[in-house]
Design a protein around this ligand. Sequence first.
Ligand SMILES: [Zn+2]
Length: 207
Amino acid sequence: MGRVILSAGHGGYENGTQDPGTIAGGTTEAQEMIRLRDAMVSELRSRRVSVLSVPDDLSQQQTIEWINTRARVGDIALEVHANAAPNPDAKGASVYYITNNNARASDADRLLRGLIAYLPVLSSRGAQPDSNGGVGRLAFCREIIVPSLLAEVGFLTNPDDRALIQNRREDLAAGLVAGLVDCSLAITVRPPRLSRNWHRDERQTPR
Ligand SMILES: [Zn+2]
C-alpha cells in the first residue's frame, strides 16, 4: 500500500496574510482542520500506514509544490476542509474529485462511504466533480501528480455539523482513514502510470 499525504485546508500565508478559512461559532476552519489532520495522522500510524503531513504555514500553491516534489507512484493525497454557507441549515459532507475521471470519482465515493460508516449521523452530499465548486476547478484535485481528493467534512456554519467536527473528531478521523485505505488499495492494484499527463491518461481510459 502506498503512502497517504495529508493537508489541512487553510492556515497558510497567502500574500503575507494567514488564511483562517471559514470563521464560525468561535472557531476557524484552519484550526479545526489541523486538529482533524492530527487525529488522522495518529489513526494512520496506528494502522501502520506511512503518512506525510504538509506543513501548516504553506500557501495553497506551496502545498501543491511540496506534495509534488515528494509524491511517488501509489501515494494518495487528501486535503480536509469544512464547508460554509449563508444558510445555517446547510449541512453534510462532500468529497471533490477531478471532473471526468471515473477512477477518482470511485475513490471519492469510497472515501465518503468510509466516513459515513463511522459517523452515520453525518449526512452525505455525495461525491462531486470539482467543476461543481464555486470556481469551476480545485487546484488540489487538478495539479497534484498522484491521485488527490478534497473533502468538505461538514459545514462549520451549521451547529450540528460544527458539534460533530469538534466533538466527534476521532470518529471523523477513523472514517476518513478507513476510506483512504480502501482508495489506496484500489490505486495499488491499478497499473502505475505516473507521468505529467497522469490525469489526462486516466480520463482517456476510464476504468
Ligand atoms: Zn476550506
